[in-house]
Design a protein around this ligand. Structure first.
Ligand SMILES: Nc1nc2c(ncn2[C@@H]2O[C@H](COP(=O)(O)OP(=O)(O)OP(=O)(O)O)[C@@H](O)[C@H]2O)c(=O)[nH]1
Ligand SMILES: [Mg+2]
Length: 334
């Protein structure tokens, strides 16, 4: 295999030192290496991650989701500025493996987060692309680590609340925030019960103008709805509040609740337990993915599967026996 180094690459050490010094340009360039699919970059990425690992983990990781148009970007602009006023360094990442995001919304983000983007203590990185959710989740997960090593102490990960990416974001964050709108049923907002269940906090956004009363009503409805769910292992009861990202109202409440959450789960041990659990799960996800690729990537398996498919359809062999047979054949191929 040809293992060439693309032009403009630095040594691993240069990236590592730059990241640890909080150099944003080198951080960005290192993230580009994490996102790259070139073999030489993958090696470089491994080296960088391995070296910065002792400097990671010192942040609160917050997942933010909600349907398109709910106001995630506008909320993050207001929330990020609030955090920075409190002396925090904030990194904003997004995960969107569906590529459903239109060009308009990315351009929109630039204007919606304009002030935040210009602040020294904010770092905004749009989502990585990839064919598989697992691949994108890996890239985002490793980007979180780089940002932590660069000194960002609040990491916000935005995802569009329509697909499976929430589960991926939930699996890499400490606190999960769901933005909702008033006056629309859950069905209308396309939010699945599973996503509601993951939420540590629900914020009814756009609680301004004519929407204020409706938002208060929605708040009570969601409070009632959340009561029905079984208590979370974290010991935290999800809270519901209203906000207007555009008018900068209710933003402080969100941070106050997150601090309360952090205190509770640090004291009861859940914070670390959950992080450990997430790390282990991350490893297993990669093992599963690699095994699947090994199996389905084999030419001989692919041709045997074609034959077996027909035999299963023609009832010459049972599906269970067929599966066993091909896995046995795979084992023997080593
Ligand atoms: N009235 C009102 N409008 C808001 C508020 N927050 C956002 N908006 C508006 O809602 C629209 C969508 O806001 P975005 O922040 O782009 O929403 P988003 O959830 O990031 O959208 P996607 O990135 O497309 O998923 C914009 O026109 C905003 O100006 C709010 O608190 N009140
Ligand atoms: Mg957005």
């Amino acid at each position: 295999m040809k293992n060439y180094m693309p032009k403009g690459r630095l040594t691993a050490e240069e990236y590592i030192n730059g990241i640890l010094e909080g150099d944003r340009v080198l951080l960005s360039r290192a993230i580009t290496i994490i996102e790259s699919n070139l073999e030489s970059d993958k090696l470089l990425a491994k080296e960088i991650i391995q070296s910065i690992l002792p400097n990671t983990g010192n942040s609160i990781r917050i997942g933010i989701t909600g349907v398109p148009g709910v106001g995630k970007s506008t909320f993050i602009e207001a929330f990020g500025k609030h955090l920075i006023s409190k002396g925090k360094k904030v990194a904003i990442l997004s995960i969107d493996p569906t590529s459903q995001r239109s060009k308009g919304s990315i351009l929109g983000d630039k204007t919606r987060m304009e002030e935040l983007a210009n602040l020294e203590d904010a770092y905004i990185r749009p989502s990585a692309s990839g064919d598989t959710l697992g691949g994108v989740a890996n890239k985002t997960g490793e980007t979180v680590l780089l940002c932590e090593a660069a000194g960002y102490d609040v990491i916000l990960i935005e995802t569009v609340g329509v697909g499976q990416s929430e589960t991926a974001v939930h699996g890499m964050t400490d606190f999960f925030l769901l933005l909702m709108l008033s006056g629309a049923g859950d069905e209308l907002q396309g939010i699945k019960k599973g996503i509601m269940e993951m939420a540590d906090m629900v914020v009814i956004n756009k609680a301004d103008g004519d929407n204020i009363r409706k938002s208060e009503l929605a708040k009570r409805q969601y409070q009632n709805a959340l009561h029905i769910f079984p208590p979370s292992e974290s010991g935290w009861s999800p809270v519901v509040s209203t906000a207007s990202a555009i008018e900068n109202i209710g933003i402080e409440t969100v941070w106050d609740e997150i601090l309360k959450f952090k205190k509770l789960v640090t004291e009861n041990g859940y914070f670390h337990k959950n992080r450990n659990h997430q790390q282990i799960k991350w490893m297993y996800n990669n093992i599963n993915e690699a095994l699947k690729n090994l199996f389905y990537g084999s030419k001989s398996i692919a041709s045997q599967l074609k034959v077996l498919e027909n035999e299963v359809v023609e009832a010459k062999i049972s599906p269970v026996k067929a599966a066993q047979q091909i896995v046995d054949a795979f084992k023997k191929s080593f």
